[in-house]
Design a binder for this molecule. Structure first.
Ligand code: SF4
Ligand code: SF4
Length: 135
């Protein structure tokens, strides 16, 4: 029981932090999937943008930590424009990255990617990663 309460507190803190940093209400998302349907980087993601929102809603920090999707996100804002609920998904992606970076959990180490890997990733995703790590 104590473990359940403890996990709940961690989840709540994570959700609050993501909402605070992004300025978005995660529970407004009703999982229509329009954000994912228009995302140009989705072929390189292991969790779809709408799933990132869902995982964040549920406070599944560990799953987000292991996912490469928030790092692949190119911050193009297509999802923001498509969302019928006005949720700024790109800002949520950025907030999740910030939470993970603060815990020193860099997932993608661009400098360690092989030439073959770099050739398989959209240029905008690579540029976006450089920006994230140097800003
Ligand atoms: S488009 Fe908006 S409401 Fe639909 S799944 Fe994406 S974030 Fe949720
Ligand atoms: S901002 Fe990120 S998640 Fe949204 S459409 Fe662009 S690449 Fe996809």
């Amino acid at each position: 029981m104590r473990t359940t309460v403890s996990k709940r507190k961690i989840r709540d803190r994570f959700v609050q932090k993501v909402e605070e940093l992004s300025g978005q209400k995660l529970l407004a998302c009703y999982q229509c999937g329009k954000c994912s349907a228009g995302c140009p980087a989705v072929s390189q993601m292991d969790i779809l943008p709408n799933q990132v929102i869902r995982f964040a809603q549920l406070g599944l920090k560990e799953d987000l930590l292991e996912s490469k999707s928030v790092w692949v996100c190119a911050s193009c804002y297509t999802c923001n424009v498509r969302c019928p609920k006005g949720i700024k998904i790109a800002e949520v992606m950025e907030a999740v990255r910030q939470v993970l970076l603060r815990k020193r959990c860099d997932h993608v180490e661009v400098q360690k990617l092989s030439a073959e890997e770099k050739a398989g990733v959209p240029a905008i995703a690579l540029i976006s990663n450089f920006r994230k790590f140097t800003s």
